[in-house]
Design a protein around this ligand. Structure first.
Ligand code: NAD
Length: 484
């Protein structure tokens, strides 16, 4: 199948590379000329596992990059729209990029094509695209509009695309539905899994189910899925706050409720809240579309409110751990909105760094992939970008873990303790076990779990652990005094 993917960002580029991997002929289009030039030169503009491998394998064979949308539309049977749909100031989805693409597609169409919404869009968008086509003189029989929402997660996007739980196709005609079925046939038949280059994480992965719905239902499936996942995150964060107040351990609570098959253990990870380019904007868009349709979806307002407050609570925790913040030297591990990506859009880590800078802290930051993108959105003054977690920790008054990168969960703790001026760690992603951290001599704060510090000392064991940590502080302070 000849496929055009319009928009070569986190979704479009991965989709284009994966369609080529499935054996299709793909033209990946973008209106950002510099991005297309970099892709044509063999560069990989985003950090995503397995993407470099797929681009190297297919570029110049099943995959080409082109800045000319009209040319790509004429050459292809199916056109996937994967451009950004950011929030407007009012919280609705800004569909201007989708509309711009639809208008150009309308000018280029000369025979039957299927236009596919891959971008996350509100319900009724397919009808708007249809209207744009008709208003621009495209005969109704020359096109269909299909919704094929994307459920990939940054950080595991390639694997998510090739080994999805399900494929949703919102199509109002059988002709368009069968073209989409054909595109995904290597996955639904399982034939890809015997020859693909990207291995599954599990042995003998099941073929995904393909669900055909109306276009409107498919559009709603995407918004409702993201809203549900965000709700799960905010719910467990709210529970974590109660655990903290009660002196319980949210890790134990998560295990207990996650064992219920109706609830499941995934997405029960308490922390500093969700971020990224999807959940925040999609929740706002879903709430606003619901309002337009006459339903006040107040549950979503609360989900967003809890998420916002979660960052503030963490900031308060930093304040209470360090007393005053002005002139404190803070090591920050993680700037990306989640591990495995360089994407910093709506990153809780970026937000917290901005707040700490406002309070007069000096930041020593490290992220394995997102440093360059972080520099584009953070102020210049007050931040030193470091080459490793250990360099960031060097002589810092405290260390903050803000992104769940796997490598942050396996740090050399004794090296870290020796580098920090004070052995204080505030873990916004619950990557470590509090007891281990205390036995390693840290004063360790996490989310929804008991902190080992003076007010919460209840047993002799707690006291011993805390005294260890305090002795370590004292010896480091006297060392600092002696060396100055
Ligand atoms: P992105 O900003 O990374 O990429 C969008 C790309 O579209 C950019 O490269 C931009 O230059 C290009 N573009 C904009 N207007 C264009 C035009 N008129 N012609 C050609 N190219 C154009 O965005 P993204 O993260 O890839 O998200 C794209 C869509 O997919 C959004 O609707 C998003 O909600 C949805 N989505 C994203 C994810 C994710 O994890 N990022 C997951 C599922 C769905």
């Amino acid at each position: 199948m000849r496929i055009a993917v319009i928009g070569s960002g986190y979704v479009g580029l991965v989709a284009g590379a994966c369609f080529a991997e499935l054996g299709h002929q793909v033209i990946s289009v973008d209106n950002d000329e510099s991005k297309i030039a970099r892709l044509q030169a063999g560069e990989v503009p985003i950090h995503e596992e397995h993407l470099p491998q797929l681009l190297a394998k297919h570029h110049g064979k099943g995959l080409e990059f082109n800045g000319k949308l009209m040319e790509a539309v004429r050459a292809c049977q199916v056109i996937f729209i994967a451009v950004g749909t950011p929030s407007t100031e009012q919280g609705t989805a800004d569909l201007s990029h989708v509309e711009a693409v639809a208008r150009t597609v309308a000018l280029a169409i000369d025979e039957y094509k299927v236009i596919v919404e891959k971008s996350t869009v509100p319900v009724f968008t397919s009808e708007w695209i249809r209207k744009v086509m008709l208003l621009n003189g495209v005969p109704a029989e020359q096109f269909d509009v299909v919704s094929n929402p994307e459920f990939l997660r940054e950080g595991s996007a390639v694997r998510d695309f090739l080994y999805p739980d399900r494929i949703v196709i919102g199509a109002d005609t059988e002709r368009s539905a069968s073209l989409l079925r054909e595109i995904y046939q290597p996955l639904t038949s399982g034939s890809y899994y015997s020859r693909g280059t990207i291995p599954s994480l599990i042995e003998a992965p099941p073929s995904p189910q393909l669900l055909v719905t109306s276009t409107k239902s498919a559009e709603l499936i995407k918004h409702a899925s993201n809203a549900f996942l965000a709700t799960k995150i905010s719910f467990i964060n709210a529970v974590a706050n109660i655990c903290e107040a009660a002196g319980a351990d949210v890790g134990e609570v998560c295990r207990g409720i996650g064992m219920d098959a109706r609830i499941g253990s995934k997405f029960l990870n308490p922390g500093i809240g969700y971020g990224g380019s999807c959940f925040p904007k999609d929740l706002k868009a879903f709430a606003s579309v619901a309002k337009e349709l006459g339903y006040d979806f107040r549950l979503l307002d609360e989900v967003m409110g809890i998420n916002e407050r979660q960052r503030q609570l963490f900031l308060r925790k930093v304040r209470s751990a360090l007393w005053t913040l002005k002139d404190k030297r803070i090591a920050v591990l993680g700037l990306a909105f989640k591990g495995g990506t360089d994407d910093v859009r709506e990153s809780p880590g970026i937000d917290l760094v901005k707040s700490l800078l406002k309070e007069g802290c000096a930041i020593r930051a490290f992220d394995p992939a997102a440093m360059q993108r972080a520099q584009e959105v953070l102020p210049n003054a007050g931040i030193t970008y470091c080459e490793s977690a250990y360099e960031a920790a060097s002589q810092a008054d405290a260390l903050l873990i803000l992104t769940d990168w796997q490598e942050f969960a396996t740090l050399n703790l004794s090296r870290l303790r020796n580098l920090l001026t004070y052995p204080i760690i505030l873990d916004g992603r619950n990557l470590y076990d509090p007891t281990t951290m205390a036995s390693e001599g840290f004063i360790y704060y996490s989310v929804g779990r008991p902190n080992l510090q003076y007010p919460s000392i209840r047993t002799n064991a707690d006291l011993a652990v805390t005294e260890n940590a305090l002795m370590s502080i004292k010896s480091r302070s006297s060392h600092a005094v002696a060396s100055s």
